[in-house]
Design a protein around this ligand. Structure first.
Ligand code: PEP
Ligand code: MN
Length: 336
């Protein structure tokens, strides 16, 4: 249920309502907008909430129509801004994340971090735990890789995002990273979603390979329901009948998800296209569509990459991408 306070409600009116709800055993989420305050109410017994509409300071009491509550726009009408250190996702800035698919060596990460930092890109990516299609492919450096990422963060003042694939890796990732990635293949790993919901670090939740928007938002709801509402959604392409591209980038989810949810949405044009020279055009389109950020794979030498070389940009191409998406961002009143 949602309790919409009157425009004239004071802070103490809001407190009176929330106190009453909490005393009745409900969980409340207060969202203070410019115009009015909306109180999201989680709990079973709706009749007691409906009765609040008789209070003068309450404008209306409405049910949340969607199966997801905490992440829905109805529950929280304003855009959420998710802070990763000093970097804000969901604000005016379009946040670019770049770096290799996988952490391969200290030297490779430092080269990437040096270049990314030099361009002014604020967040470095790199997987230390790699969910690979083949068990014979490089599986990642594990904790050693996380330490390399943390060293790059400290040296260059970058924020670091890396993937957790299970509870054990989550335990390490939360210690070393600034933003925890839940990959496409784990989007419906509900135990992992519950575990990351209990962590006090922001989460980058990728859309599953064949997940509908509602399934994706329900995955986000799992995380939020377990206590962590700092969630950034990432579209990374879905499986369709088309095989020319690695996946099909569903760019329409940007306006769709923004209508349904208050969470920031970013786009991964690397895993969706699967080929480096299609990455920049789709990155530009993503920014034009209103995405709050981009996550881009870039490698000092893509031909030698241990994973996802064909879709990785070399550094000159990353610089071109960054410069061109900045120009698109400015057209719509944003910047990178
Ligand atoms: C990745 O970002 O390296 C990755 C494995 O992504 P996804 O989960 O989208 O395939
Ligand atoms: Mn990859």
């Amino acid at each position: 249920m949602i309790v919409v306070m009157s425009k004239f409600a004071t802070e103490s009116d809001v407190k009176a309502v929330t106190d009453r709800l909490v005393a009745d055993g409900f969980q409340v989420h207060v969202s203070t907008g410019v115009e009015r305050t909306v109180i999201g109410v989680i709990g079973e017994e709706t009749e007691r909430v409906v009765r609040l509409s008789s209070m003068q300071a309450v404008d209306q009491v409405m049910p949340v129509r969607r199966p997801y509550k905490l992440v829905s726009r109805e529950f929280h009408p304003d855009n959420s801004v998710v802070r990763v250190g000093n970097v804000q996702f969901g604000g005016e800035r379009v946040v670019v994340i770049a770096g290799p698919c996988a952490v391969e060596s200290r030297e490779q990460v430092m080269q990437a971090a040096d270049f990314v930092h030099g361009l002014g890109i604020p967040v470095l990516r790199g997987g230390a735990y790699k969910p690979r299609t083949s068990p014979y492919s490089f599986q990642g450096m594990g904790v050693e890789g996380l330490k390399i990422l943390a060293e790059a963060r400290d040296r260059y003042g970058l924020m670091v995002v890396t993937e957790a694939v299970d509870r054990e890796s989550l335990h390490h990732v939360q210690e070393w990273a600034d933003l925890i990635q839940i990959g496409a293949r784990n989007m419906q790993n509900f135990e992992l979603l519950k575990a990351v919901g209990q962590v006090r670090k922001p989460v980058l939740l990728k859309r599953g390979l064949s997940a509908t928007v509602d399934e994706w938002l329900m995955a986000a709801e799992y995380i939020a329901a377990h206590g962590n509402t700092d969630i950034i959604l990432c579209e990374r392409g879905i499986r369709t009948y088309e095989t020319k591209t690695r996946n099909t980038l569903d760019l329409s989810v940007v306006p769709v998800v923004k209508q349904l949810s208050h969470l920031p949405v970013i786009i991964d044009p690397s895993h969706s296209t699967g080929q480096w020279n299609w990455v920049t055009p789709m990155a530009r389109a993503a920014v034009a569509a209103g995405a709050d950020g981009l996550i881009i794979e870039a490698h000092p030498n893509p031909a030698e990459a241990l994973s996802d070389g064909p879709q990785s940009l070399n550094f000159p191409h990353l610089a071109e991408l960054f410069e061109s998406v900045d120009r698109i961002a400015q057209v719509i009143g944003r910047s990178v």
